[in-house]
Design a protein around this ligand. Structure first.
Ligand SMILES: [Zn+2]
Length: 240
């Protein structure tokens, strides 16, 4: 069996791309595979995108989730009924931007917390309007008020965020080894003067875009684990 051609991940070059044109490569039980997509596929604690695919015949297919197929090369856009869509057909894709942008903001906020808390990260979860990150931190002097003040300072500094493909990036010097959204690429995400880590997720362009995100609470999950919960006060309704 030949190795399938990977789906071109347009969200890696431009996280702000909301729509585009693509060609159908396969229609599978795990979703519609396109030659390229702006839909982020679930990974690193960030949910898969939702949105629509418009067919040349004028049908609108609602994408309810986006996930990698086994092998993580191809991306499946999950729809209830693909109709008579065939390989070779052209579709216009549109992502649910409001939801995705909340994910991008929360994801980037978790990078900031990685840099602010001096402890290994053991897990994270990203939603539209809220998020959390777990630290291996047995003795915690971590106070919600202090951590929130540090986060608000970084937001006020409006630090640029860059994502670049870097050669030999594995084994480099990073803020943390365990990154939120750690992927299988050699993509390195940097928040100027603060954080640098390999990550395949989607991020905002500068920390000023995180305004409204606050540290909601810090709680003790176990003897060694502290969970920091974030709330996005700029997200008017919590979609998930
Ligand atoms: Zn990231």
């Amino acid at each position: 069996m030949n190795t399938p051609t990977p789906t071109r991940r347009r969200f890696e070059q431009d996280a702000y791309r909301r729509d585009g044109q693509a060609r159908v490569v396969a229609v599978t039980e795990r979703g519609i595979v396109l030659d390229e997509t702006g839909f982020y596929a679930e990974g690193g604690g960030q949910p898969g995108d939702t949105g629509t695919l418009q067919t040349a015949a004028g049908a609108t297919l609602r994408v309810t989730d986006t996930r990698y197929l086994p092998g993580r090369l191809r991306i499946g856009h999950q729809v209830a009924d693909p109709g008579n869509l065939q390989p070779g057909d052209t579709v216009a894709f549109v992502i649910d931007w409001a939801r995705r942008y909340r994910h991008m903001r929360m994801h980037t906020a978790l990078h900031v917390l990685c840099a602010l808390v001096d402890a290994p990260v053991t897990g994270c979860a990203i939603h539209a309007g809220r998020g959390r990150i777990d630290f291996d931190l047995p003795e915690s002097g971590l106070r919600r008020e202090d951590l929130d003040a540090a986060l608000q300072r970084v937001i006020g500094e409006d630090r640029p965020v860059h994502a670049r493909e870097e050669d030999g990036a594995r084994g480099g010097e990073y803020t943390r080894r365990a990154a939120p959204g750690e992927g299988d690429t050699l993509r390195v995400v940097t928040i100027d003067g603060l954080d640098r880590q390999p990550c395949g997720g989607t991020h905002v362009r500068a920390t000023g875009e995180l305004a409204g995100i606050r540290v909601a609470r810090i709680h003790k999950k176990s003897r060694r684990a502290r969970r920091v919960a974030l709330i996005d006060e700029a997200a008017t309704e919590v979609a998930e």
